[in-house]
Design a protein around this ligand. Structure first.
Ligand code: MG
Length: 472
């Protein structure tokens, strides 16, 4: 009898521990690379770049194969990631630079603000790119700590095309410039330094919930790698750079494990946009996808996505439903009890997809592909309809050795692609499926009413933050 009671007691205690663990909000580690291609990871099919730590992350978690960013360019993409909104809704488009006088609005809610409200320690180690004036810096938008670059690492006086256009590149610690002129030598240490900060941050916050955002500057050009990885990849410098990012992921995973945090930490890995194809051997690979950065063909906006949370996300899972960076904020809200903003957002929780709930489907009946202010395409399930738009495409051979080759502008009309059968967006099926075309044209029209289109205002568009005018 006593033995039976003991067994029952142990079972009850184990169940209670399990339930308690399930209700503790997870730590969140969000790793975001820059201009990385869909096919640059082993677990996403790279034939020539070794990424053992990311492959391990995928084996222990879920891969999303049809995961999109909001726009295929740095600032717009980051704005969407951190706010759960299409970039157009919050007025952050393109890539901000040292002359930009706008940035993320103080009225938007970032993931960091939402989680800090829940008692999380928050940090960003890497590239910000949502405005460099003090009011736009990460420390004003929910991050306790910032170490890194305010914008892209090619916005400096060594730019290969127009060096005279750029002032020296600064490095920030919180709101202070700690290095006014980042050099090439400094750039070789970026991945290492971001990683050291990330490891320290995890160790310091092992007793409380934390949100760690690591938006790597690499593999955005100009490519730089530390001595640890120089010459290590058969894919050349680009491969070396990805191998170093993979090492960085490994350091973060090792630190989580050593601190007993694996089971209470959600780790997410993805990228801001596809490869900058004009840089040739200094750009990533898209595999079978069409085009790259700066276009809303899938090579520009579809990204490798991995999420791991042992015990909560099934190991080795693959999900082919449509999802995007706009979904991360609402997913984290669901997992942490975070409060969503009162204003409209576009993302939806994808926890049913990540956790492998049976029969879970994409929360997006329609996913929108804007570039700049133009609605260029829309996806629903397997179908992606392009509206007429111009796009850039390589003009002949790309550049090499860090110098870009030329683009040419091309034009597409209305075109319908079946992304399940034809991920390369190569066979236009509009004549075979006129009812699908009609449905998507109508959905596009509804989107324009809300988020606008070239020359047309949307009722749901909000303004970015703007620098206050200086008194004369
Ligand atoms: Mg980018």
């Amino acid at each position: 009898m006593t033995a039976l009671l003991t067994v029952a007691w142990i079972a009850t205690t184990a169940r209670a521990a399990e339930e308690e663990r399930a209700t503790i909000p997870p730590n969140v580690v969000l790793i975001f690379t820059d201009d990385q291609g869909y096919e640059d990871l082993g677990c996403f099919g790279s034939p020539d770049i070794d990424t053992p730590h990311l492959d391990q992350l995928a084996r222990e978690g879920v891969r999303l194969t049809d995961f999109y960013v909001s726009q295929a360019v740095c600032s717009a993409s980051r704005a969407a990631l951190l706010t759960g909104c299409y970039s157009n809704r919050i007025g952050i488009l393109g890539a901000l630079g040292p002359k930009s006088n706008h940035g993320i609005s103080s009225s938007e809610l970032t993931i960091a603000e939402m989680l800090r409200e829940r008692g999380y320690a928050t940090a960003i180690f890497g590239k910000w790119h949502l405005g460099h004036h003090p009011q736009f810096l990460p420390t004003r938008h929910g991050f306790d700590q910032f170490f890194g670059l305010p914008y892209s690492n090619d916005m400096w006086p060594f730019h290969p095309v127009n060096p005279e256009a750029w002032p020296p590149l600064p490095m920030y610690e919180n709101e202070k410039i700690i290095d006014a002129e980042v050099t090439g030598d400094d750039q070789t240490q970026l991945t290492t330094r971001y990683t050291e900060r990330a490891v320290d941050f995890i160790q310091q916050n092992r007793e409380r919930p934390f949100f760690l955002y690591v938006p790597h500057s690499m593999p955005h050009v100009p490519l730089y790698v530390s001595r640890k990885f120089a010459g290590k990849s058969s894919r050349g410098l680009y491969g070396d750079v990805i191998m170093e990012i993979d090492w960085s992921v490994g350091e973060i995973l090792r630190t989580l494990k050593e601190n007993g945090l694996d089971d209470q930490t959600l780790v997410i890995f993805t990228s801001d946009n596809g490869p900058w194809l004009s840089y040739g051997d200094h750009a990533g690979a898209v595999g079978v996808l069409r085009e790259g950065k700066g276009t809303m063909w899938d090579g520009g906006c579809r990204e490798p996505f991995i999420a791991r949370w042992p015990g909560r996300i099934p190991a080795g899972a693959v999900c082919r439903e449509v999802a995007g960076t706009i979904d991360i904020l609402p997913t984290l809200a669901e997992l942490t009890g975070g409060k969503l903003p009162d204003h409209a957002i576009d993302g939806k929780s994808i926890w049913p997809l990540l956790s492998g709930r049976k029969g879970a489907r994409s929360p997006h009946e329609y996913y929108l592909f804007y570039y700049g202010r133009q609605l260029q395409a829309i996806r629903s399930g397997r179908w992606k309809l392009h509206f007429p738009h111009a796009y850039r495409s390589l003009k002949g051979e790309p550049g090499s050795g860090g110098k870009p080759g030329p683009y040419v502008q091309k034009q597409t009309g209305v075109a319908l692609y079946d992304l399940v059968q034809d991920p390369s967006e190569s066979v236009d099926l509009q004549d075979d499926f006129p009812e699908v075309v009609a449905r998507l044209l109508q959905a596009g029209e509804a989107a324009r009413n809300e988020l606008g289109d070239n020359g047309r205002n949307g009722s749901g568009v909000r303004q970015p933050g703007r620098l206050a005018k200086q008194a004369p």
